[in-house]
Design a protein around this ligand. Sequence first.
Ligand code: BEZ
Ligand code: FE
Length: 278
Amino acid sequence: MTKYFSEEGSVQAVNARMGPEINPRLATVMAALIKHLHAFAKETELTQEEWEFGIDFLTKTGQICSGERQEFILLSDVLGFSMLVDAINNRRPAGATENTVFGPFHVADAPIRQMGECISLDGKGESCRFVGRVIDVHGEPIEGACVDVWSDNSDGFYDVQQPDVQPKWNNRGRFMTKSDGAYEFVGIKPVSYPIPDDGPVGKMLGSLGRHPYRPAHMHFMVTAPGFKTIVTHTFVGDDPYITDDTVFGVKETLVAPFEHIKGDTEWRSPFDFVMVAE
Ligand code: BEZ
Ligand code: FE
């Protein structure tokens, strides 16, 4: 190897600069990142203009970020990268509830509500009763599980996107299970919505001929002492975007029944959460 940078020896030139004392995991991750980044430029014969375009895109992505908006996570989501990292880190036995993307709209410490209570505070949308149990892989109920739920309203917006329009904590709540592991709450039948697409990520989707929509879903985060946390959604199976989620979050096992029994005023969506011990 020569002492200087060359096209052929580019990866080694950069990776050889790492100090001997650095964190071994950092060394592994950075070495792989440089290897694949350089391979990308070589494979595509990246032009100077394309490099500048990429730098400008990343700059704009950073500039639009704020306390309320995380455009880099959105970028990771639409590239399928969030779902890949989630899949690698949440391999579970068959029968356990699968994870999916967390999304940017969770708010910690939502009100703890009574079982059966309604989370839809704006009176919009079609009522839907969500029911089920939190159980372990042997089917035993889990007591003291927290079922934290959140969804958009029937106009396709989360409360945090419309702080001056929607009541605070609209379509959010936490429900604590008792010894039967059961949970129950009333929300709305979810509707599909576009992810925030007025920034660089939305523009990128447009350039790629992609739409920004997510199929209708209800978000759940289920926690219980001694069990691995489940971050997931349940999906409405007949949604037009069910096989075309812009963030690739749909898994077959997460498509839940949404039943409307004739004469009933509300929909009903049964779904059990199966947790794996730590
Ligand atoms: C969501 O489902 O809330 C969501 C997930 C990923 C990106 C944007 C929104
Ligand atoms: Fe969502």
